[in-house]
Structures are given as C-alpha cells and as structure tokens.
Design a protein around this ligand. Structure first.
Ligand SMILES: [Zn+2]
Ligand SMILES: [Zn+2]
Length: 294
C-alpha cells in the first residue's frame, strides 16, 4: 500500500529526526497538551493569552494550539467553524506576541480536516513554515459531521451503521497515507454518536488504519477530551494494537476552553504506561521530539 512522502518542513520522519529528551517524572505527567482550541474555532472560547495564563497557573511546560482548519470545499457545506487563510496569518502574528510575552514554551499547530476532495489543498496548506504540528482529523463522512449528534442521527436514518463505520475508517486510512499529517486526532470518534457495533464488525478497517500508521510512520493521538466519561480515543484495545505495531503517540485534551486545558492528560499517561509506552511525541517545526514517560 502507498504512503505518500511527508511534506513536512525539516524532514519529518527521516532518520535522525528523533531526539530523546529524558524528563523528570513531575514534568511529563502533568504538563503537556498538544490539542487545544481557542475562540478562533467557532465551537471554542478563550484567547491564546487566556490559555497561556491557565497553563502557567497549572504549571504546564508545553502546549500546542491546534485550531480547526477546513478546506473551502468543506466550508461550503457542513462546516461553519473553519479558519480562513486571513485568520491564519493573523493568528500566527498574535501567537508570536503571546509566546514571547508569556515566556511559555508553546507550539503553533493546526487541526486540519481531511477529505479526499480537498487533499491537494490540504497538502499545500500543511507546507507552511509557520506550522509546528499538523494534526489530521476525519470529521465528515457522507454529508454529516461525526461530532454532531443531530447530523449523525440523520446519517443513521440513511445509512446502515456498518457502512458509516467503514466509510469513516477508510477515510482515516486515506488521511494517514496522504503524508500530510504528523498525527491523527481522535481516531474512533464515530463511536461517540453512531450505534455501537461489535468490534468484529468493523475491526478489519481499524486494523488497516493501524497498519497504515506503522507503515507511514504517522503518530496516533491519544485524545483525552472524554476521559471524564471514561472514554479515550482511540480506546485501550486499539492503543494496544498501535503499541504492538510500534506506532508513536501524541497526547491532547482537545479542550475548547482554557478551563478544559489538560483534561484527562494525567489519566492518559497512566493508560499509555499501562500499555507499555515509555515515550510520547511533540512536534516543533514539524520535527518529531520524544519525551520519556517515567
Ligand atoms: Zn476534531
Ligand atoms: Zn480538536
């Protein structure tokens, strides 16, 4: 199967791009979050400044902003929370100011929605040198958003559950193989609102995604947003599959307000530890950096 070559600045995924940084236990267990949204994402609140203040209060040492970006084709339809190119430039300028004022180690990333139709546009967009981290997401399948309960309800009236799962995971596999992304966000999020299916009914599509992550050396994100409900994306079984195939991990709370910063991160690290992971990744200027989990 194909893995498109990475478009990252700085040769992401090339040999020698790994840097091991052993850190004391107190650092790693509480203090990084690489998936957060400010109010520029229409479904979120809080400015970058607010997040940096909160991070400083909580003693975080590294956070990475990942506001939504959906390419124009998607913006014409379901999505209404896309950043425009103009917003992007403005946000980056603001980011540099906030970063220097706060003194906090912060990254400028993006959560880039994937669709087959806009793949080339996304690939070009992801080449922008301002970006530290490009997180890939499948939000839309058919004509609905997997994160929107009402839209999923409409899809469920039209398509059998197996078809929705298959479409979702096939798109996730394509996003992995596209070579656009450093890490894949909240894999499995379709289970939030779609009818529950036995794993045997869709497991082969998940396995194909995990194989693609391993082959293409793309990270999986451990998304901890729903940890208060006891849910992680992906779930423990899929994370185990990732671990066994040597897939590296990023971690993020996907918080949509400063109050949510770091939700579930500590528990996420505990889960990773339990599975056997000894390190997680962050990206700076698209270069992969490993942080040890004690
Ligand atoms: Zn998302
Ligand atoms: Zn997000």
């Amino acid at each position: 199967m194909i893995c498109e070559s990475k478009t990252a600045v700085g040769g992401l995924g090339t040999e020698g791009s790994e840097v091991g940084i052993p850190l004391p236990a107190f650092f790693i267990f509480t203090m990084i979050d690489t998936h957060i949204h400010t109010r520029i994402s229409i479904d979120a609140t809080g400015t970058m400044e607010d997040y940096c203040k909160k991070a400083a209060e909580l003693g975080y040492k590294y956070i990475c902003f990942t506001n939504h970006m959906e390419m124009p084709e998607a913006a014409e339809g379901v999505y209404d929370y896309a950043m425009s190119d103009g917003d992007f430039e403005e946000q980056y300028t603001k980011f540099l100011g906030v970063k220097s004022r706060s003194g906090l180690d912060t990254g400028f990333g993006i959560e880039l929605g994937y669709s087959k139709e806009t793949e080339e546009m996304s690939r070009e967009f992801a080449k922008q040198p301002e970006l530290d981290f490009v997180l890939g997401s499948v939000h839309r399948i058919f004509e609905g958003n997997v994160g929107d309960q009402a839209q999923m309800r409409r899809l469920m009236q039209k398509y059998p559950a197996e078809m929705l799962y298959e479409r979702y995971y096939k798109l996730v596999e394509k996003s992995i193989r596209s070579g656009i992304f450093d890490s894949i966000a909240h894999m499995g999020a379709i289970t939030r609102y779609a009818p529950k299916l036995a794993f045997e009914k869709y497991g082969k599509w998940v396995e194909r995604c995990v194989d693609a992550l391993a082959e293409c050396k793309v990270c999986i994100e451990l998304n901890t947003r729903d940890m208060p409900k006891g849910i992680f994306f992906p779930d423990e079984n899929v994370l185990k599959m990732c671990f066994e195939k040597g897939v590296n991990v990023t971690i993020g709370s996907d918080s949509h307000s400063p109050e949510g910063l770091g939700t579930g991160i500590k528990e996420g690290f505990a889960l990773l530890n339990k599975i056997g992971y000894t390190r997680v990744c962050i990206f700076k200027q698209r270069k992969q950096i490993f942080l040890n989990i004690p």
